[in-house]
Design a protein around this ligand. Structure first.
Ligand SMILES: [Zn+2]
Ligand SMILES: [Zn+2]
Ligand SMILES: [Zn+2]
Length: 326
């Protein structure tokens, strides 16, 4: 396995096959059992019988050992697939989805994400840490058992680079955070806002790529999800996320969730050097939710241009209609 860089789009591509790992023969490898290989990286709460457990992936895309070893191949760049790949087991109960957990249980999942991002960012080899969740067969989930995944990579994924550049340029022109401006305008207009809790707002983005796309953001500026402002109440975020997932499950069988947070600013050399000067002011963490509504969605086959058949204003209206208590 190696990483190759597309010199035109600057995106890194993982090439090759992972080695076939020994995934346990137990029917569900994420259910509590004594045969789980590897160590538990994190348990929340610690001790007793934890609800959330983080373990290394059985079949990791990235390997934790070694240096990136970035080398030239003629005009091209390549490096070893060094990084981390972890599984967050959200509940020991095989039959409960993340959307069915109580607010305080979802809060523990969010805490586990934050603690792992913090820990992985201590490793200066890693430029970016991604938290994501593929829920449902159409989203390509590996196991039914509620879980999310974390990867740490020696490069910043392309979409994050786009966001970083756009946020930096906007800030350079206006001395404001583009995400803060978006939240303010969405709340003022209201048409695309779906739900709020405490300081957190969820809305269908103006140029939604897929039907019922949702972004979740804090009103108060913060570039890092993993280090909340003292007043930020993660329980509110957990409550909001739970309600949003239950809404999404009314209209879609599957979804992708991805957390976008600031890259590792300990890594100040190289291609990202430019971004560090204003990143704490210009970038703003958020969660993106991408439901999969259409079986053969053009959005996923023609990635260059997104075709979304549903206006985000209509999507927001429909999602708002579902009972608040759900
Ligand atoms: Zn299970
Ligand atoms: Zn902001
Ligand atoms: Zn984003």
């Amino acid at each position: 396995m190696e990483l190759r860089k597309d010199p035109i789009t600057r995106s890194w591509v993982v090439v090759g096959h992972p080695e076939q790992a020994q995934v346990p023969a137990h029917p569900c490898p994420l259910c509590p059992n004594d045969n789980l290989p590897g160590q538990t990286l994190l348990a929340v709460p610690d001790g007793g019988s934890p609800q959330v457990r983080v373990i290394p992936d059985f079949d990791p895309i990235y390997r934790i050992e070694g240096e990136p070893g970035r080398t030239a191949d003629g005009i091209y760049d390549k490096m070893h697939a060094v990084g981390a790949h972890e599984i967050v087991i959200e509940t020991p109960n095989h039959d409960r989805r993340l959307s069915q957990l109580h607010d305080e249980e979802i809060e523990r999942v969010l805490l586990a994400w934050a603690l792992r991002v913090q820990d992985l960012k201590k490793d200066e080899r890693f430029k970016y840490v991604t938290v994501f969740k593929n829920r449902g067969g159409l989203a390509g989930e590996d196991w039914e058992h509620a879980h999310s995944q974390i990867t740490a990579t020696t490069f910043v994924p392309r979409r994050i680079l786009y966001e970083l550049r756009a946020a930096r340029d906007y800030h350079a022109q206006k001395e404001r955070c583009v995400f803060c401006d978006i939240v303010r305008q969405e709340e003022k207009q209201g048409a695309r806002v779906v739900d709020t809790a405490g300081d957190y707002v969820a809305f269908c983005p103006y140029a939604s790529r897929v039907p019922y796309e949702l972004w979740v953001m804090a009103r108060k500026h913060n570039h890092q999800f993993e280090t909340p402002r003292p007043a930020a109440n993660r329980r509110n975020l957990a409550a909001l996320l739970g309600r949003l997932l239950r809404r999404i499950e009314k209209v879609a069988d599957a979804y992708h969730l991805v957390l976008h947070t600031s890259p590792n600013t300990r890594q100040s050399k190289g291609e990202l050097g430019d971004y560090w000067r204003t990143i704490a002011d210009d970038y703003h963490w958020h969660i993106e939710l991408l439901p999969i509504v259409e079986r053969r969605s053009k959005s996923y086959s023609i990635k260059e241009v997104y075709f979304n058949t549903l206006y985000p204003e209509q999507a927001a209206e429909r999602l708002r209609q579902f009972d608040h208590s759900l």
